[in-house]
Ligand binder design. Sequence first.
Ligand code: DL6
Length: 804
Amino acid sequence: MELTKTAFIENFKKRLGQKYALDVSDATDSELYDTLCSLVKSSYSAIWRHTWKDYLKENEKQAYYFSIEFLPGKLLKSNLLNMGWYQLVVDAFQELGLDFEKVAAVEPDMALGNGGLGRLAADFMDSLASEGYPVNGNGIRYKYGLFKQRFVNGYQVELPDEWLKTAAGNAWEIRRASKAVTVTMGGHVNLVQENDYLKPVYEDAILIQAVPYDVGMVGYHNQHVNTLRLWSAEIPDEAESQYPTIEDRRQIEDITAVLYPDDSNESGRRLRLKQEYFFVSAGIQSIVRHYKKYHEALDQISQRVAIHINDTHPAMCVAELMRILLDEEHLSWEKAWEQTVKVMSYTNHTIMAEALETWDIPLMNEIQPRILQIIAEIDHRFVTALAGKTDGQLIERTRIISGGKVHMAHLAIIGSHSTNGVAQLHTDLLESDVLHDFYTLYPERFNNKTNGIATRRWLQLANPRLAEVIDQTIGRNWRQDANQLQQLLDHQADSQLLDQLVQVKLANKQRLAKVIKQQTGVTVNPQAIFDVQIKRLHAYKRQLLNLLRIIKLYLDLKENPDLAIVPRVFIFGAKAAPSYHYAKSIIKCINETAALINHDQTIQDKLKVIFLENYGVSLAEQIIPAADVSEQISTASKEASGTSNMKLMLNGALTVATLDGANIEIKEQVGADNIFIFGLTKQEVYQYYQDHSYHSLDYYQQNPLIHRVLNTLVDGTIPNISAEGHEIFDSLTYLNDDYFVLRDFEAYLRIQDQVDETYRDQHKWQQMSLINIANACHFSSDGTVKKYASEIWNVRSVAQKGGV
Ligand code: DL6
């Protein structure tokens, strides 16, 4: 990939001429973008080819990461960075008189995920390629990504995300029609004895063509490119005549039309189950086909193949591999099962009951009757094997089919050799509570893999100013090995460095202030504390706690306009699932509070509240480098890990946190003095569950401050929230405040006072910030994937690291 600027310019002009018959000066940004991508893609294509050919030559064991969500954002800059071309292209564009940023902005975000789970999958893809592991992604090429969020009168409105509609489409993908497979769904199935096995005979089944679109996952400076394979549903050529009308065609094409934007509601469940089976079946068929091309014995497949089930959505991988090994390859049940369990591994990403999927048996039967038969047989054998050996009730609680439903987490755990949580507390909770029964049965299968983030995207790309200061301080090796960031700890007393951190933060805040002005029309003061809460909108994440504090500050300032507070800009970014009414009410309340405060002349610059629309990867890249304070304030025990906590600390924000998810490990790394911890612990929350002693109404009735703040939701102080204000008020009082917002309120106020006090001492603040940046290396996804590779998948790194 060695290239000079002159050669690049020449190639670029030539490619533009070939593609569009244009000179640079005549081309639009979109044409320039498309040309640049095409050049980049053709440059890594040879490496891509070598990568997978080397896997074959070396007979490498490969792992496949199955995830219903991937949230890569934009790929141009990260591909340029990883290829070592970034600066060269920026310089070349300058020489050509072109605006690189404007051209790069043409790229649509690839938003094929809802939030943390999908972004984690994307960070893992980056790290797996950068660490040289033979691991490929497998998911769905949704025609519409996660909805585009707009605010109309303060309400969230969802618009379709037509990411493929831009002139260049998805510049990174390669449609591989020759690798299509056929997925069978619906109808009925009968088992007919044939020789010594049972042959399934399908009736009235629908055949769907699954066409893969491959996207290269480029490793960092290491000549290694993995594949993210995304499947699209089409009508098979031979079946065209069976789908004469547009409606008929839609039945098939809709399978990969929209990303299911909700992990908690009923609507669209049938489609969701179809999506799950579709990408599972397509992916497993293609893995087996590939394996068979180069290996004979399917009874040894676990030596060459590992399959990862990312959350329960791909749990049918277990049954689908069994189906192929039994029905198509005629392995015995015992052999097929032994291999399947060895091949599969599973990550749990939540303890929220509503996100632990179950499916009604009739629905499962309707979508894929053979898969239901196989799951029923797995269930039957599981029960039979344990009967008489262990407590009957435990068997009932852990079996896959019960209460008329198929329990997908049970299928994933029983059918795999590894189950992991995503932060130590989360794994402990899985073992001791949520999945305790399974832990009793299979203690050896449980392990923890704390999440991580890709420092390339979240520091090198998102925060080039900070990256440069780090280069000047400790050299560039940290770019290749994030652990080197720890060397920053030797520079805590370097006041010049601390001053530089101030300047970097200020510049990033000025940059974000422009975005805020553009999007909301509100002017914010970059000297104020930028206090950031960015994550999906969910009651347990407690954006509401933040809002109540904002209201309290507002009331204080109205009472005493001269109150000496450190000015703050509260910045929210969050999408609510379209059917999650309560979360949408919180959005409305935040927006109306923002309007009230931002237009109140008496408040001036002391307080501003900004809710940025359409939070996603690209917006996160603007917000995170500008944050001073990172809000990680979920109810203890509810947030599996969190990853914005890691991204924000990496960019020097200080964390205000409950002892939840990975916050606990962040505290362990930075030390209690360098993080602001408050609130109930997991033990205290569980104690409340046990003794039912929490009565939130008492807090409202007996605490004058809480009384005063909550009243603003219903007494007209905050206008235009009559329905939403009452809904939230009731949930926090009469409905007993499920997430202990009122219980933690005063502790939250106290810790925020400490934040103000610390911020006033800028030297101390910057030192703490430096300590956070340095210790963020413990949360690099490079380190996380190494543990998955060696401890779960048993795959080895095959690429040499390059320079920095
Ligand atoms: O593991 C990635 C991410 C965690 O950081 C979050 O804490 C967790 O909420 C999220 N889980 C999900 C699963 N669905 N739900 N709810 O997105 O995973």
